[in-house]
Design a protein around this ligand. Structure first.
Ligand code: PDD
Length: 280
């Protein structure tokens, strides 16, 4: 079954989908996006993803006529058409196609693109044995809470990670605190307490991050949102990352430094079991 795309009102096979060379997403990175997935054919956390999308659209002052109900119907329609059991769903809105200028163009409609493709899960050994990450200087802008399509620092960091045989890149701010990964949020566990950096303009408020926090609270697993220095992370009992594609993935090595005994820890495993029940 082929992956499908939706572009401004029309569905087509993904290879046939095109946008204008004058699209501001293509030329200026002037847009925002969401990545969702389905479990057993059902969209997961669609409400939370759409709320974040509308916050991103407001943050970049992108005028539009989308409604949450309308976009949700469209996403469901796309998922139904694609008929994948577990699908990765990408949604992008740009300020539209116009003669190139930095300021907002007048009288232009936004470009809406949705793609649905089979979900590629992290390899089973990543989950069983944990993954390695490398650190990268966080050189991103001051609005990382906006899910902007301008992903160049993330692209460079992710590629550096891949070249080093690592699963992810972990961003380190200039004050020595860890912010998040190129495509995921970061957590550590110390003496049974789960710790993750607080929501701020320096990180994306991950939907999976929120789900993990809610699960920990519901199951009385102690949790704190506070800044984490790289030094504290390296000394943690457990480290894991969270994201729509990664779900909850144990991190066992940071820059060749082994975390604890170098094996996925019990709190990470418990949270993942709770997460699987939650999405199942
Ligand atoms: N990224 N932080 C960053 C920088 C991210 O790009 C993502 C997700 C997350 C996790 O957010 P969530 O739990 O809502 O997926 C955190 C998606 C998957 C991507 O860009 O492909």
């Amino acid at each position: 079954m082929p992956a499908i795309a939706y572009v401004n009102g029309k569905f087509c096979p993904i290879e046939k989908a095109v946008v204008s060379v004058e699209d501001r997403g293509f030329q200026l990175g002037d847009g925002v996006y969401e990545v969702l997935r389905t479990y057993h054919g059902r969209l997961h956390a669609v409400g939370a993803h759409l709320r974040r999308l509308f916050r991103s659209l407001d943050a970049i002052e992108l005028k539009h006529r989308f409604t949450a109900g309308g976009l949700e119907r469209l996403l469901r329609q796309a998922v139904r058409r694609a008929r994948f059991k577990d699908a990765l769903v990408y949604l992008q809105v740009t300020r539209g196609a116009a003669k190139r200028m930095k300021e907002f163009p007048q009288g232009v409609s936004p470009t809406l693109v949705i793609t649905v493709r089979p979900m590629e899960l992290p390899p089973p050994e990543a989950r069983q044995r944990g993954v390695r990450v490398i650190t990268a200087k966080d050189v991103r802008w001051l609005h990382c809470d906006v899910k902007s399509i301008c992903q160049l620092p993330n692209v460079l960091a992710a590629n550096k990670a891949k070249a080093a045989g690592c699963y992810e890149a972990l961003f380190i701010a200039s004050d020595g605190t860890v912010t998040e990964c190129a495509s995921a949020n970061i957590f550590m566990v110390n003496n049974g307490v789960v710790i993750t950096p607080p929501k701020s303009a320096n990180i994306l408020g991950g939907i999976t991050r929120e789900e993990v926090i809610a699960l920990a609270r519901r199951h009385r697993i102690p949790l704190r949102e506070r800044h984490i220095t790289l030094r504290q992370l390296l000394a943690a009992d457990e480290v894991f990352l969270t994201g729509t594609t990664a779900e909850i993935l144990p991190v066992v090595c940071v820059d060749n430094h082994r975390i604890a005994d170098g094996k996925p820890g019990p709190v990470t495993q418990r949270l993942y079991a709770l997460f699987l029940r939650h999405v199942g």
